[in-house]
Design a protein around this ligand. Structure first.
Ligand code: FAD
Ligand code: FES
Length: 339
């Protein structure tokens, strides 16, 4: 996938440590940059002798907002988040991959229960705006922040509640006043929403507590959608031990968009590389094992993953793989890219 240059049309101060960047998408790229609520952009930033790659979610909604906007919160000692906030100005051009990601609304009439921790609100507010505009689904948002000054999009959320009082509830949790949200506190918020589709995004410890609370309420895994905000590891991509000649399959079976393909496989290729070499438009973005765009489910065979910052042990057990990082280690390999 090719990077494109977009220019910064507007910069918005959201809080003391967060800015939004409205990007100008030229006419010729509008098709490539069409997105679904909840998706993210991948940026390539020149850095010292090389480049750094980071993902930022679109906080705008394609169904409501004319502007194309990402929102970046400073991370202490963080390189790219501080570069965005300190350096990036109106008129600057920045290299961006088209939108990607699976943290999107699924076809359903189930209520929505959304959890945003700090900067994790960015894809979540996009989902909320789209759900309110295009469905009849009720939504409850639990939004945790350090303190009142850290709440991003406060006014926009208040306005949404005022406009949709019967459909949207926003519960603000401030650590400075109530302590960190714990499993018991979150389980109280989940009560009555066990049939909801649950969207969770935020920093690691917050996600862990929300996941534990959802488990404690026995919310089925297939109703839970998670976006982890992580940076890729620095340095060279990890090397994988590639299977011996006898273990490498001659072809891989790939199910993509309802069609089945038999894809030739060469030793050393990732599953994604093999699929794309055969002309399939298999999804990907970072190719470093942390954005989740290339996710697929393994139906048959064994693979080894060089890196994985996306799936937990249970998900790997269920067969989820990152195809950009997965190499077959046996004679058979069959995967499905789920919609
Ligand atoms: C799919 C996806 C979407 C994302 N969307 C957004 C978004 O909309 N807005 C946004 O602000 N961020 C978002 N992120 C996070 C973002 O990509 C970076 O990880 C984050 O900005 C930190 O990058 P950095 O270069 O500033 O920090 P780095 O230089 O990579 O990290 C410096 C230090 O901070 C720690 N660290 C890294 N990331 C975080 C974090 N998120 N919270 C706390 N500590 C951290 C590291 O462990 C390290 O010690 C998203 C991440 C992903 C994968
Ligand atoms: S393309 Fe990002 S994890 Fe594979």
């Amino acid at each position: 996938m090719d990077y494109h240059e977009l220019s910064v049309a507007r910069v918005v101060d959201e809080t003391h440590d967060t800015r939004s960047f409205v990007l100008q998408v030229p006419e010729a790229l509008q098709g490539r940059f069409r997105y679904q609520a909840g998706q993210f952009l991948t940026f390539r930033i020149p850095w010292e002798q090389g480049e750094l790659i980071r993902c930022y979610s679109l906080a705008s909604s394609p169904d409501v907002d004319a502007e194309y906007k990402v929102t970046v919160k400073r991370v202490a000692e963080g390189r790219v988040s501080n570069w965005f906030n300190d350096q990036l100005q109106v008129g600057d051009r920045i290299r961006v991959l088209p939108p990607s990601g699976r943290f999107v609304l699924r076809e359903s009439e189930a209520p929505l229960l959304l959890f945003g921790g700090g900067s994790g609100i960015t894809p979540v507010i996009s989902l909320v705006k789209t759900a309110l505009a295009t469905t009849d689904r009720p939504a409850k948002l639990f939004y945790a922040n350090r303190d009142a000054a850290s709440v991003i999009f406060r006014a926009e959320l208040d306005a949404l509640v005022t406009r949709h009082p019967d459909r949207l509830e926003v519960v603000h949790h401030l650590d400075a006043e109530a302590g960190f949200a714990d499993t018991r506190r979150l389980a109280e918020e989940i009560a009555g929403y066990e049939n909801a589709h649950c969207y969770v995004c935020g920093p690691g410890p917050f996600m862990d507590v929300v996941e534990a609370a959802l488990r404690s309420r026995q919310v089925p895994r297939e109703q839970i959608f998670i976006e982890r905000f992580v940076s890729p590891p620095d340095g060279e991509a990890p090397q994988v031990e590639v299977a011996t000649e006898a273990e490498v399959p001659a072809e891989i079976v790939v199910h993509l968009e309802g069609r089945t393909h038999r894809v030739p496989y060469r030793k050393g290729q990732s599953i994604l590389q093999a699929a794309r070499a055969a002309g399939l438009e298999a999804p990907f973005a970072c190719e470093e094992g942390y954005c989740g765009s290339c996710a697929a489910k393994k139906l048959q065979g064994q693979v080894v993953m060089a890196a994985n910052d996306v799936f937990d042990a249970d998900e790997v057990e269920e067969g989820w793989i990152l195809t950009c990082q997965s190499h077959p280690t046996g004679p058979v390999c069959e995967v499905v890219y789920e919609d």
